[in-house]
Design a protein around this ligand. Structure first.
Ligand SMILES: Cc1cc2nc3c(=O)[nH]c(=O)nc-3n(C[C@H](O)[C@H](O)[C@H](O)COP(=O)(O)OP(=O)(O)OC[C@H]3O[C@@H](n4cnc5c(N)ncnc54)[C@H](O)[C@@H]3O)c2cc1C
Length: 496
């Protein structure tokens, strides 16, 4: 029986490991943290659950190619039905409240009535979204690989993607922020800014709106933790082994395969898949930092996507407030060396088990590169103090905007890029690569050397959970091909 070691039990590592194990490769995962999921995770504080991972899941709608990966890996199953927020965002600017419906048709109608001067721009937006209606992350089989349940990809499916393919270079050439500027009404601009970080390309904005319009981008009940635990359970039920609290410290080629070093010893196998951040791995896991052409490009041409994440547990029932509020602040919030004029606040009051009875969890992602700020602050010995200041300032803004929360905050947390660096060893504490206008981040190859593979973020551009799942499956296929093993994607009847 062939053997495999996977470094990392994030979504990419789990996806790859499940397919490999199901295909008959004896697989062991080494995970430095105490549980599965990697950066796609949530945690508890004083009875409140802070969802620090999934906000929307691409491929959550049945019928989409990626949906098959989520169900084949057990990520989506009976215990986590998906629900779909509608409206997806609600702008709150003083007395003005403006909703962004999922359906672009409804969006065009509602926002057109709100701002008639923007009717033409809304029609163009709707057309652009329509072009992406049939564009879905393709899940294909590797040429020349023996596959037990081959996937079909018809010519008509390919042709339907034509409008999106033609529009892609144009939308990649400028930022989402510039796209949004074609709207004259400042409230519509603000509302659209909630969808994606305005610095990244306009393609990401249109693609995301198209996913919403298409009935995709839902939230599985139980969020990140339940989804990644489902995947870990699928893997172990197939006979795979996960070793938590076990960090890989090195990868060495040996005469009969690959050896993965850990603090407690080493693990020999026919192959290794590195699903931990490839940008970190090229400096840390090999006898010398890698100096291949792609590794040099990865060092020089990488824009990391970073954020801070604030979470509050509040002794008040906010179920009458929108699920996702994009709040325009009366005065900007300074945090992590960055300035925020708006806060996108997720309200979990209507979700079961996120807070004690009558209480509410609120979370907010503050996007932008703050890693170097927090690193400098830590070196000055001021890390905890600065974090407390950000939390206090954040609470005061929430109290200003939602007076019913005044004096009711009883649990708080702030994750900075240093948090993700500490727990998951991601480069600069990032959770994926930013896709800026006309910029292609360099990637690591999936098959680096015979027996050594990379997967996950940094092996395909853009990022997030779809990239983790798609590259995880693709890596398993490339691995199966190189080991001469048939690829088995679906559960055998006895597994169900
Ligand atoms: C706040 C937040 C919200 C997000 N929201 C969304 C969303 O709504 N939709 C979406 O699609 N994406 C979202 N993302 C992004 C998405 O979660 C990530 O891009 C994705 O989970 C990355 O998966 P991965 O498996 O490639 O990497 P990781 O999750 O980084 O997995 C790598 C794993 O390797 C482990 N590891 C690292 N070094 C070692 C070592 N030496 N030895 C052993 N193990 C090691 C790590 O602990 C980790 O478990 C969000 C991310 C964040 C932070």
């Amino acid at each position: 029986m062939k053997t495999l070691t996977v470094i990392g039990a994030g979504i990419a590592g789990l996806t790859c490991a499940i397919y490999a194990q199901r295909s008959g490769i004896k697989t062991t995962i080494l995970e430095k943290a105490g549980g599965p999921g990697g950066v796609s995770t949530s945690w508890k504080r004083k009875g409140y659950t802070f969802e620090g991972g999934i906000h929307w899941l691409i491929g959550s709608r049945p019928g989409l190619p990626l949906y098959d990966v989520w169900t084949e890996t057990g990520a989506l199953c009976a215990n986590n039905p998906v629900f779909y927020k509608d409206p997806v965002y609600t702008l709150i600017d003083g007395n003005t409240v403006l909703e962004l419906p999922r359906s672009t048709k409804q969006m065009q109608k509602a926002l057109g009535a709100f701002s008639p001067v923007d009717k033409a721009a809304l029609a163009v937006l709707r057309f652009h979204v329509w072009c992406f209606t049939f564009f879905h992350t393709p899940i294909l089989d590797l040429a020349g690989l023996k596959v037990k349940h081959p996937r079909r990809f018809s010519l008509s499916e390919f042709l339907k993607m034509g409008p999106a393919v033609l529009l892609t270079p144009y939308l990649m050439s400028f930022s989402a922020g510039r796209y949004i500027k074609r709207f004259r009404n400042p409230h519509i601009r603000r509302l659209l800014e909630a969808v994606v970080d305005p610095r990244i390309n306009a393609l990401s904005l249109i693609y995301t709106l198209s996913a919403f319009d298409d009935g995709d981008g839902g939230y599985p009940e139980g969020g990140s933790l339940r989804m990644s635990q489902n995947m870990a359970d699928t893997f172990t039920s197939l006979g795979g082994q996960i070793m938590y609290h076990t960090a890989a410290t090195g990868v060495r080629e040996t005469s009969n395969g690959v050896s993965v070093l850990t603090e407690g010893g080493s693990l020999q196998s026919d192959a290794v898949v590195i699903s931990s951040d490839a940008r970190t791995a090229i400096d840390k896991l090999f006898p010398e930092p890698l100096e291949t052409r792609w590794a040099k490009r990865l060092r020089s041409k990488l824009h990391t996507a970073q954020c801070m994440f604030v979470a509050l547990g509040i002794k008040a029932d906010l179920s009458d407030c929108p699920r996702c509020m994009h709040i325009v602040l009366k005065r900007p919030l300074e945090a992590g060396g960055l300035r925020f004029e708006t806060l996108t606040v997720n309200n979990y009051a209507r979700e079961d088990d996120y807070a004690p009875e009558g209480c509410t969890t609120l979370t907010c992602i503050l996007p932008g590169a703050s890693y170097h700020y927090w690193k400098a602050v830590r070196e000055e010995g001021l890390y905890k103090q600065r974090k407390q200041e950000v939390i206090a300032d954040f609470i005061s803004r929430i109290e200003e905007e939602l007076p019913q929360t005044h004096g009711q905050v009883e649990a708080t947390d702030l994750a900075t890029p240093l948090t993700w660096e500490r727990y998951c060893d991601t480069f600069e504490g990032s959770y994926m690569s930013d896709w800026l206008p006309w910029h292609f981040n360099a990637n690591a190859p999936i098959r680096f050397r015979p027996g050594i593979f990379f997967t996950g973020q940094r092996t395909a551009f853009s990022g997030g959970l779809p990239v983790a799942a798609e590259t995880g499956r693709r890596t398993a296929q490339i691995l199966c091909k190189s080991l001469g093993v048939e690829f088995v994607s679906r559960p055998e009847p006895k597994e169900i």
